[in-house]
Design a protein. Sequence first.
Length: 218
Amino acid sequence: MNKRKFIKLNIGILTATLLLLGGISSVVVAKNKPIYEKHVFRTPVCGVTNFHTSYSGKTHKITFSGTASGFRDLVIKYDGKIVKELKLKKADKHFKATIPFKGYKSFKICDDNGHVLKKVSAAQYATKRPRINSYYQTNEHLKIELSGKKGDIVTIWKNGKAVKRKRITDKFGTTITVPNALFEDNSKITVTRHTIGKKTSKGVELNRSKDNSISIDK
């Protein structure tokens, strides 16, 4: 037998034997070039999805809801302090938390290792402060022209008590009139704005000077 034919025969026998024994079952041979199987490793997704925020002006509470993935515990902080801890029954779980609070600070939703998953600032849950375009004082009244979202409610407060309300009917300018008598006893007078579904804005303060003229702290 030719020596070259003998070598080819032995290689063929060896290859067939290995295939039968499964020794190279993970390798495909094509034109003497091995093609190896590819394995894809996926990292588990961790975080919060379907996240929603809502505020109730009646109860003065904020509600957070969503789906937590990849962990069992959630911590909610307000102004850096823990206000709520949630224990989830499984790694992928819908959650809902309602929290009473005061002020206009930021909330943070964190995992059990302290990593911030979501941040909710006052700009997201509270109404913007009233935008005052101009004001004019007569001998009896103070007239204030405001602009903002149509349907928002503007309120005049005296020492924390509402004395007048008016709905914004024109986003380019709505006038609200208050008597000068409100300022006679050096009361604290402020103007707020409220959008339905959001927290009432911070107040804009009205100040009376020594000559009885009114100025607005914009």
